[in-house]
Design a protein around this ligand. Structure first.
Ligand SMILES: [Zn+2]
Length: 480
């Protein structure tokens, strides 16, 4: 036994995951071939070679991960889990700027009842787990918190949740400043820090908050010791709006208000100038980077984005998948692959970064950005047992090469076999163990029809669709 292992009184732990190649993402970024992780009380109590772990914890229950790659659970730092998941891939992907929000996302949110929010969240969170994502930070657009929190708990995923926070004139769940802040505080009361599902202070952000709301939210976040998130500058719109309203760029204004700091996770931050990047660095502000959203909407990330530079300079940059109106997938490794590719292409320099940077962003980088680096993001003694077992007998892993590169460039989330969150096995052989997936599919199909109808939306089709499902037509050549 060595310093990678701690003893328990009995020498028996709840579970040992043995035989896989571990990408630990610990401080030294050790990769342990034929390694093992020992789990007790939902936490990691040892990380070592399989032989050492079996010796230390004989007779412990064993989960065989032979021919597998084992990673920490992935962290999605920006995901809308209600509103449009029930209308996934329904909005056209070639609408003008803003149309997907105001013609689709807003009416859909307006049409959602509590049950719809719970079902939409279930769909998103189950899909996340199946892609190895064990932590999801909701982007702050939940209308009905209780059913969403209940869904997250039932599914068994780690989540940060928050409700709509804006004090503009019109929009789903808008309210005056004081009422908006009271609703944010109430979220923190019902979802206290320390559990699997925690409350966050969540503003819509952009230029859709008064200065009083911005400062009040930051004060609430700091005083309660919880995290805060908001959207800023995915395009030049916020820059133009802040320059017009305040005379300075968005992050300069936020800094003057005292909003920036280590409590804050800014979503997007694509259109920053050098002064704003310096403010991110000097204040310890974190970033949630959602590369697929900017490509989907054509927002200029390859020209303007400085996320890889910020990551390599030590800023906590996590990855996000945003919303179905901006990205239909929730595979954070797919976002990692894209983040690396965009940086190489934008700089015309393949040496600027690698798959290693992408995996850092998807794991410990995301955990740090979410303020959870002491609890998840790496296979380290004392952290929660959030881990993913990837089936390396799948075609994407044939033949085996550098495991970091193969995970990011070839496999992404497609070879996830098992997932543990806080030691609980929530995915087994590619199926979620905590919900009935067949029933979930049936419910989603049924509820999609109802929600689209209430929102007065229909799924547009560009090409002719011939509906052969219920025509009752006699097939050609069989008439008598
Ligand atoms: Zn968003």
């Amino acid at each position: 036994m060595n310093d990678m292992t701690v003893t328990t009184n009995s020498g028996i732990v709840d579970l040992i995951v043995t035989g896989g190649d571990l990408l630990t993402m610990d401080e030294q970024r050790r990769i342990i071939l034929n390694g093992a992780v020992a789990i007790a009380g939902g936490k990691i109590v040892a990380v070592d070679t399989a032989e050492a772990i079996r010796l230390a914890f004989p007779a412990s229950p064993e989960l065989d991960a032979t021919d597998c790659v084992v990673t920490p659970g992935f962290v999605n730092t920006h995901q809308h889990i209600t509103g449009d998941p029930l209308a996934r891939s329904c909005a056209p992907d070639d609408m003008p700027p803003g149309a997907s929000i105001f013609e689709w996302a807003v009416p859909l949110n307006d049409a959602h009842g509590p049950d719809d929010d719970g079902l939409a969240a279930t769909l998103t969170l189950v899909d996340s787990l199946l892609n190895g994502v064990t932590t999801v930070i909701e982007a702050g657009t939940i209308g009905h918190l209780a059913p969403v929190a209940a869904a997250a708990r039932q599914i068994g995923i780690r989540a940060g949740l928050g409700v709509w926070g804006w004090d503009i004139e019109y929009g789903p769940f808008t309210a005056p400043t004081a009422e908006t802040l009271a609703r944010q505080a109430a979220t923190l009361d019902v979802l206290p820090t320390g559990g699997l599902v925690e409350g966050w202070v969540t503003l819509v952000g952009h230029d859709l908050a008064s200065d009083a709301l911005l400062t009040g939210a930051a004060e609430l976040s700091r005083s309660r010791g919880v995290r805060m998130t908001m959207h800023i500058s995915p395009t030049s719109n916020d820059v133009d709006a802040y320059l017009k309203r305040t005379g300075v760029r968005p992050l300069v204004h936020l800094q003057r208000l005292g909003v920036l700091g280590s409590h804050l996770l800014l979503a997007h931050a694509v259109w920053l100038d050098d002064e704003e990047v310096d403010l991110v660095t000097s204040t310890g502000t974190s970033i949630a980077y959602c590369p697929w959203a900017y490509l989907h909407h054509g927002q200029g990330v390859a020209r303007m984005g400085k996320h890889m530079d910020m990551h390599r300079a030590g800023v906590a940059v996590g990855l996000g998948c945003d919303a179905p109106n901006a990205n239909d997938g929730v595979d954070i490794l797919d976002a990692a692959r894209l983040a690396v590719g965009i940086a190489k292409d934008a700089t015309i320099d393949p040496t600027c970064c690698s798959a290693y940077d992408g995996l850092e962003m998807a794991t410990i980088g995301g955990a740090t950005a979410a303020g959870l680096e002491h609890r998840t993001g790496s296979l380290t003694i004392g952290k929660a047992a959030d881990l993913v077992i990837h089936d390396a007998t799948a075609p994407q892993w044939r033949p085996r090469g550098n495991p970091v590169q193969q995970l990011i460039w070839a496999a992404q989330g497609r070879t996830v076999r098992d997932v543990l969150v806080a030691g609980r096995r929530v995915v087994c052989d590619g199926r979620c163990t905590t919900v009935d997936e067949d029933d979930l599919s049936r419910q989603a199909a049924r509820r999609q029809v109802a929600v689209l109808s209430r929102a007065r939306l229909t799924i547009p089709q560009r090409w002719p669709v011939i509906d052969g499902r219920m025509t009752g037509r006699v097939p050609a050549g069989t008439e008598s």
